[in-house]
Structure formats: structure tokens, C-alpha cells
Design a protein around this ligand. Structure first.
Ligand SMILES: Cc1ncc(COP(=O)(O)O)c(C=O)c1O
Length: 442
């Protein structure tokens, strides 16, 4: 049996319509920007395999560090024990994060990093509540009240947000195809639009009205990924964050996608002067080599957990919390990312994207596309055909055509985007742009 036939018998793939699904492509090797299939064909991975492989595939430096660590310590329980890679990584991350963060909490992936952030901020208010009576488990009735003796319970989030697939993460994400089957199980969230010149005063008014009941505000800074690569401006976000912060609302920046250079700066939060109290990281954290999540918080949050009362413990953890291999991969990835060569490469991709955007938006080009936008190493636009939605079938056609031309992209419905590994060469990036153009011209 071929690998595809064996796969068909035993595997259930993510985000994949199971009936009549196309056989998945067997990949036998990765090298830098390239993926190789079993017939020897090669493809430029222009979306960094779901936005994670920032240094490309099978990076030798990361692999060698991993091998050494695997022979030293591969895993150890992280309650009551510690180890060098976890501490070193926290020590290296804290000074480069976009605020005075004081603690690193490890988990397994992007969804758990946001799940942890939501729980951490809700329990912050619970720990700080004035009366111990109100720290008893919530009843359904309590749940309907948004504030009890200083304990805030509401969460604020953006329309079109995507923060992951676990229940807390789904609750703070847009109500969409990803969450439809679970709507009655998701907790209530106050959703607002991303800010712009036209709506900023209205948004501020909503915040001022609801502010004292809101525990936390979770947002993908400047680029909303799975919700359709939607971008919004730092200027208006800064104004919104100011209003949010004036009510002591905990700001959670979900930089799972935008972190580690994606937007042209190390973290997208650097574009704003108003900084988050909690930041969520994953994806590029390990250079895409291992699964790892980080939730970092400021001392304000951490202090709420420093108590003689054992009930104020953060009762959360995962078997693989701070896995030594994953932390080692992250340390190696940071070494590569912070080299001048890599930082310059990020600026180069940013500039190339801007040039390509002007080419696409030239009125004489007559491409059937709209909303061309770029932010750092991300470029996105919509194909002006069918509905603007995730289920638009054009995604499959585009992916197939691009593969035939040796490029892998995976549009979100009719939203096409490129998010390449930073090691992409000039020739490879040109090839990706040319592929997009040739598909659009057909
Ligand atoms: C902004 C953001 N948050 C959270 C997640 C969830 O991450 P994971 O898929 O690792 O659970 C994603 C994944 O795409 C994301 O883009």
C-alpha cells in the first residue's frame, strides 16, 4: 500500500472535510524553504507550514542542539523540578519582550498559551476579590453577574479574532465556522471591531461604559491571522489600548502568529506605545521545530498569586510543560533570529512585499483581486470571486495550481497570503511572486 492509502485507513487530518477529501501529499524531506515529496518534486513552503518554520525546514543548527539535548535530558516533570533550557529560555525571552514582563509560564502550543492567559487574568480578579465568599466556585447565576466585589468576569475581544481551538480560546474567538457546533458551550464575550479612524470614538465609548466590569482584553496585534489575515493600524490600536488601560483591564497580546519578527519588528506590540500585561507566544518560538507555548506576565499579575492562601495557586499545567527539547529548540531559534543576517532578511522581505503590493495594485494590472495589504513579512489580498469567507472553494483551486508551479500556499477561503521562512532566497521569493501572478492572470 502507498503512504496515501495507509493514511486514508487510519488518519483524521485537521481542518479537513473528511468525505471526498483529496489524498494528502506525502512529504519525505524538508530543507530550508523547500519541501520534497516522495516523487522528488520540490515545493517552496511560502506559508512556513502554518506560520511556524521561521528558519525553514530541518535547520542543522537547531537539529544539532536538539540531538545533544535529547542525549542529556529529554523530559522531566516541571512541578518541583527545573532545568537549564527552561530557565535559560525565560532569561533570554524576558528582556526582549515588549514590556517589563517578569514571569514565563510554559505550555504546549498557541491555543494553550491563550487558554493560560485567559485563566490567569480571570483568576487575577478572583484572587484579588474583596470577599472570600465570592471566591467560591461560580454558580450559573454568579456567571451572569459581570462584577462581584471587585471580581471582574467579562472578556473583551475582537470580531474576526482567532485564538485557538480549545474551549476558552474558542470562546474569545469570532463566532465562525470554527466554533459553530459549540456556540452554546462558549462563554459570553464582548466583541468589538478592530479600531480605525471611523469607529474609534464609538469603541472608546463602549469601553468607558463597560470598562469596570471587564477583566481582560485579548487581541492579535495588528494582524488577525486565521480570521482572514486582516490588518489594522497601530495608531488607532494605541488609542484603543489607552482607553482599555485607563480601566485597569488586563491586556493580553496574542502574538502566537505575529511574534518573532513576522511583522517586521520582533513583536507586533512594539508598534504601539501601550504595552500588554500578558503576551502569548508559540509557532516561531521554536523555529517551528517543536511544540511549545509561552504565556508571559508582568509583576502586577504575578503578585496576585503570591499569597499564603493556597486557593490562590494557579492550578494549571501540562505533562509536557517546559519540555527540555522544546526549550532547547527555542534557544537555538533565538540564536538564529537575533543574528544581524536574519534581522536584515526580515527587513528585506518586508521591502520586497511592499514592492510586490504596488505591482499587484497597479490599476492597469487588472488582477481580479482587492484589499492588497502588507505587514512586515506578510502580504495578503482577496480574490474578487464568490463570497469573502473561509469556505470559499477557490482556496483549493489556488493551492492546487500553485503546487503545480512548485509553490505551496494555503489560502484562507478567498484570502491569499504569503508568509515565508526568513531564509527564503531572492530567487525563491521571486518564484513565489511570479506564481501568484501567473495564477491570477489565468
Ligand atoms: C493568533 C493565534 N493564536 C492562537 C493560535 C493557536 O495556535 P495553535 O494552532 O498552536 O494551537 C493561532 C493559530 O493559528 C493563532 O494564529
Amino acid at each position: 500500500m502507498t503512504l496515501q492509502e495507509r493514511d486514508k485507513e487510519v488518519i483524521w487530518h485537521p481542518f479537513t472535510h473528511q468525505k471526498n477529501r483529496k489524498p494528502p501529499m506525502p512529504i519525505v524531506k524538508g530543507e530550508g524553504t523547500l519541501l520534497f515529496d516522495e516523487d522528488g518534486n520540490q515545493y517552496i513552503d511560502a506559508i512556513s507550514s502554518w506560520w511556524v518554520t521561521i528558519h525553514g525546514h530541518a535547520n542543522k543548527y537547531i537539529a544539532e542542539r536538539l540531538y545533544k539535548q535529547a542525549l542529556t535530558l529529554e523530559q522531566v516533570i516541571f512541578a518541583g523540578f527545573t532545568h537549564e533550557p527552561a530557565v535559560s529560555l525565560a532569561e533570554r525571552l524576558l528582556p526582549i519582550l515588549p514590556n517589563n514582563f517578569s514571569r514565563i509560564f510554559y505550555s504546549d502550543n498557541g491555543s494553550t498559551s491563550t487558554e493560560v492567559a485567559i485563566k490567569m487574568s480571570l483568576q487575577y480578579w478572583w484572587n484579588n476579590a474583596e470577599s472570600t465568599v465570592d471566591r467560591l466556585p461560580l454558580t450559573a447565576i454568579d456567571g451572569e453577574r459581570s462584577t462581584v466585589n471587585g471580581q471582574r468576569k467579562k472578556i473583551l475581544a475582537f470580531n474576526d479574532a482567532y485564538h485557538g481551538d480549545t474551549f476558552g480560546a474558542m470562546s474569545v474567538s469570532d463566532r465562525s465556522v470554527f466554533t459553530l457546533a459549540f456556540h452554546d458551550k462558549l462563554f459570553e464575550v464582548l466583541f468589538i471591531d478592530t479600531p480605525n479612524e471611523a469607529n474609534i470614538e464609538e469603541l472608546k465609548a463602549t469601553i468607558n461604559q463597560e470598562g469596570e466590569a471587564i477583566a481582560a482584553f485579548i487581541y492579535e496585534p495588528l494582524a488577525q491571522g486565521a480570521g482572514g489575515m486582516r490588518m489594522y493600524e497601530a495608531h488607532w490600536m494605541n488609542k484603543l489600548l489607552k482607553a482599555v488601560k485607563s480601566h485597569d483591564i488586563i491586556c493580553i497580546a496574542d502574538e502566537v502568529m505575529t511574534g518573532f519578527g513576522r511583522t517586521g519588528k520582533l513583536f507586533a506590540s512594539e508598534y504601539m506605545t501601550e504595552k500588554p500585561d500578558i503576551i502569548c507566544l508559540s509557532k516561531g518560538l521554536t523555529g517551528g521545530t517543536m511544540a511549545l507555548g509561552v504565556t508571559a506576565c508582568t509583576d502586577r499579575i504575578y503578585q496576585a498569586y503570591l499569597s499564603d492562601d493556597k486557593m490562590k495557586t494557579f492550578f494549571h499545567g501540562h505533562s509536557f510543560t517546559a519540555n527540555p527539547l522544546a526549550c532547547t529548540a527555542a534557544l537555538a531559534s533565538l540564536d538564529l533570529l537575533l543574528k544581524d543576517e536574519c534581522l536584515e532578511k526580515i527587513q528585506w522581505i518586508t521591502a520586497e512585499n511592499k514592492l510586490f503590493a504596488t505591482k499587484l495594485s497597479n490599476p492597469e494590472s487588472r488582477f481580479p483581486i482587492k484589499n492588497i495589504r502588507t505587514l512586515g513579512t506578510i502580504i495578503a489580498f482577496e480574490i474578487d470571486k464568490g463570497k469573502d469567507e473561509y469556505l470559499n472553494d477557490i482556496a483549493t483551486t489556488i493551492t492546487q495550481k500553485a503546487l503545480e508551479l512548485g509553490v505551496y500556499i494555503r489560502p484562507l477561503g478567498n484570502t491569499v497570503y504569503i508568509m515565508p521562512p526568513y531564509c527564503i532566497t531572492k530567487e525563491e521569493l521571486e518564484r513565489v511572486y511570479e506564481t501568484i501572478i501567473s495564477i491570477m492572470f489565468e
